[in-house]
Design a protein around this ligand. Structure first.
Ligand code: IMP
Length: 447
């Protein structure tokens, strides 16, 4: 075996690796940032979640909506990776590949790699997602995206009924499908709230074998590939899906997704150790949104909430569900910025706030008569807390045509400064619209 390059044996920051993570409940417009940073990198890596994430990327007049493939696939010469921590619906991967190819995106066979360790979403996972999102035992519905994400992760951890991508190319694949169907059928019949058609192992095997054949050119050991890339000085960009407050361990559990969507998930999902990642960019919407159930301390169930929803087009990319909207919660974002070790923040959709007389920022909570400045761990407390707001002046000017911070009204600059101060990280990117050109880079990202 060849000796490891000396660089691999050095300490921290041996290689510039960057990660983009959402600091709220998802939908922070991370895809746009990843798309902008992609040309500066050799690899773009998705490492958790699945097709529950919705990424909208606008290139010129073209709008691309991706939910599974990394947005890096739109940039020629960059290798996009779906790493082992992702759960993959192969039909979705093929659908997105076909859509991109039909719109003239080239080189996909060479540029997209899928981990042989990634888990496969199978028909029973959709059935289980429908059957089991009837509510947390003593609470409301999680309101999942119904993409089979949670059930697939549950089987991954359970091990006995899981299928990884690599399994689809082994002689025992058919037998595995048959055995899992035999075990799942009676359980699904018992838990389904709708008429249940038993799983047909022969049909599922045939369908998934066709998927496996189609995706075979993309499948490889991405852990080995990424470690080799990191050790030889290639630049890696990690693309987090969902937001940190949906992290299965550190978010508003149990109203979360099933993976580590905060900064802690990068290494376990990709296999690349933290020492290769030297810049973490936390993405923050200028206000807050949430889709599905669960606590949302700064939610605005009023005309201001609707104002934000209308101006921000806050309807799910994947499910089209109206998103719940509210003021920026700086306590929650400071927590997730610390959790992720965030070096800089990107403030998105700032243009949406134009036209408001005053803007509120949550700077503390009241819990049982006490003022607290940390994000409580238990969902009961997260529901009970009352936001303590600070009011800052709004601005009337439209920001969508601004291309530099010097063009911003004073009130918008003051808002950015205050957010940065409260979150504890410098602002290095501000977005004032969906287009690539509506992005202002400052500080470290501008160089
Ligand atoms: P799941 O990930 O489909 O299991 O859904 C669990 C929770 O995470 C639900 O509240 C979803 O609405 C939320 N969720 C999952 N993916 C996203 C996303 O990409 N953006 C926003 N919310 C999401």
């Amino acid at each position: 075996m060849a000796a490891l390059p000396a660089r691999a044996l050095q300490g921290n920051n041996a290689v510039p690796g960057t990660c983009v993570i959402g600091l709220q409940w998802g939908d922070e417009a991370k895809g746009k940032i990843v798309d902008i940073l992609t040309p500066r990198n050799d690899f773009v890596v998705r490492y958790q979640g699945g097709a529950n994430a919705g990424h909208t990327v606008k290139v010129g007049a073209e709008v691309y909506k991706l939910s599974l493939l990394p947005s890096g696939v739109l940039t020629p010469g960059v290798t996009s990776v779906i790493a082992g921590g992702v759960v993959i619906n192969p039909a979705k991967a093929i659908e997105e590949l076909d859509e991109l190819a039909s719109r003239g995106v080239q080189g996909l066979e060479r540029n997209l790699k899928i981990s042989d360790r990634a888990h496969v979403i199978l028909p029973w996972h959709f059935a289980e997602d429908r059957a089991l999102d009837g509510g947390v035992a003593d609470g409301e519905n999680i309101g999942t995206t119904q993409r089979g994400i949670g059930p697939c992760y549950r089987d991954k951890v359970g091990r006995s009924q899981a299928v990884r991508f690599g399994d689809m190319y082994r002689p025992k694949f058919r037998e595995r499908i048959e055995n899992i169907c035999a075990a799942k059928n009676p359980v699904l019949a018992a838990i389904s709230r709708e008429k249940f058609e038993p799983l047909d192992p022969a049909a599922i095997y045939k369908q998934y074998q066709a998927f496996a054949d189609r995706l075979a050119p993309h499948v490889c050991d991405t852990t080995e590939m990424l470690l080799t890339a990191a050790e030889s000085g290639k630049r890696l960009l990690f693309e987090g899906a969902q937001g940190s407050l949906l992290d299965v361990d550190h978010g508003t559990y149990p109203y979360v997704t099933s993976s580590n969507s905060s900064g802690v998930g990068i290494s376990n999902g990709s296999g690349v150790p933290a020492k290769y990642i030297n810049k973490i960019i936390g993405v923050v919407k200028a206000y807050s949104t949430r889709v599905g159930g669960g606590p949302f301390p700064t939610e605005l169930d009023n005309a201001t909430g609707q104002y934000l929803r209308d101006r921000g087009n806050e309807y799910g990319t994947v499910t089209r569900r109206p998103r719940r909207c509210g003021w920026l919660d700086a306590v929650a974002v400071r927590y997730t910025a610390r959790l992720g070790g965030v070096d800089a923040i990107a403030v998105m959709l700032l243009d949406v706030l134009s036209g408001l007389d005053e803007i509120l920022i949550c700077t503390a909570y009241e819990l049982d008569g006490q003022r607290i400045t940390h994000f409580p761990a238990h969902v009961d407390d997260q529901r009970k807390i009352k936001p303590v707001y600070e009011s800052v002046a709004g601005w009337k000017e439209d920001l969508t045509a601004c291309r530099s911070l010097t063009e911003f009204p004073d009130a918008a600059l003051k808002y950015l400064d205050r957010v940065s101060e409260l979150v504890g990280a410098p602002v290095e990117l501000v977005s004032v619209g969906p287009g690539r050109e509506q992005t202002i880079l400052t500080g470290g990202l501008a160089t």
